[in-house]
Design a protein around this ligand. Sequence first.
Ligand SMILES: Cc1ncc(COP(=O)(O)O)c(C=O)c1O
Length: 492
Amino acid sequence: MPEDYTALIEELSREFRARNPRSAALDERARAVMVDGGNHGVRLSHPFPPRIASARGGRVTDLDGHSILDFWQGHFANILGNSPDVVAAALSGAVAGGDTLLQLGIPDELTVETAELLCPRLHTEKLRFTTSGTLATMYSIMLARAYTGRELVLKVGGGWQGSQPWGLVGYALHPGPEPWTLDSEGLPSSVEGEVEISRFNDPEDLAARFRDHGDRIACMIVEPVVGAGEFMFGRPEYLGLARELTERYGALLIFDEVVCGFRFRAGDVGSMYGLQPDLITVGKVIGGGMPVAAFGGRADVLDLCGRGGGNRVGASGGTYSAHPASLLAARTMVSHLIEHEDEVYPRLAVLGERLRHAIEDGFAAGGIPAYSSGAPLAGIPGSSLTAVHFVLDEDAGPESPHESNDPSCCDVALKDGVLQLALLLEGVYTLFGCFAVGTAHTEDDIDRVRDACEAVARRVAAHRRAGGPRVAVPGGASDPAPSAGGDTSQTG
Ligand SMILES: Cc1ncc(COP(=O)(O)O)c(C=O)c1O
């Protein structure tokens, strides 16, 4: 029966309040003027988030003077660490120059140069810049629906494609016979019927979806490496089947690489699998910390949002799209990653490997078995992403969000409800146990994570020994214990 962590969460929250009076005070002000005190559900952790005074490299410093090891790294965007010198220098030089950066709208050379850098690296014929991954995925889906003349969007349950209508179906998974729902009110009423949810890494399920709905499927959108579902690699045979079935049934394949683009190499990850999607979305890393995203792919599909295709798809507009300051950061970051590809990615691979072991060792030493997902596959030599899973069967790590969110596979309440706050009290910041390593992290930082995990495990083990009440659940699934996390229904 699942553990009830209520008492532990209360204890951690009391401790956090006592240690963070300044963040608490600012949180009160924030709540007076912003919904829940902020702008993004996952940032607003319980009892309140640490409010940041500065962020540099692998660390952030909060208002109460704690130097915290940061593994969220700007929603997983800051691959060179927070406020990387190379981007900061380019931006401050341009601000000082003062004559181009805040010009909006009139097309410039910078945008063209950045697109020229990105297209070959992403294996796209054309692309368009937007300001968020959410817009990039929404536009890609609109393009696919228009191109195919079909309505149905096939996606992976538990995958996050941003806050757009089709993205807001099937993200939050629940145990039971109907594991997914509409994740938001206020959507067009048709959208629930326009989304089909499949299980990541499950070729049989995928084949069945195409068998049953193939002639209605406009596109399949999938991350080759699932981010929100806690960093699991798509198996090559699964992604290969996705390519094969989309082709066979006349649907488009969209690789959502908002998290994984430029994370494993200076370019897309799909090509590391030897796969070419029809469309691709990128964001996060390519922006160098600024709001930049892009959707790209086949010219005949992209052209539907341009004059050549009769402007049939409204994937256009955006006052701040291709903003010069953002594009300067993007060009600087992308050029840097291309130029330093042979140093950056092997270094990330080493640190990522060390981190996965550190987490597992630390938790094991404290008496709580844990599994670190995100270990690289053949063909993808290194991975700087990992997530902690408190697996119930120690021999099997989860391979899909369906499994990692299933209390009969993993202690979900511990991961979603306790872990983030408990690690924060040990000076380590993660998004619900998801870690993204950057080049600013050091071996010492990783060793600190090991110690932090051991300390958290000891605490959890002591709580279990103390034998708090357990929660009985109708149908054998769990009523999650009250969560110390923020809103886990969105991701990084
Ligand atoms: C895979 C994926 N796609 C799309 C998005 C949405 O991107 P943004 O937050 O820039 O709108 C995210 C955000 O976390 C993401 O992880």
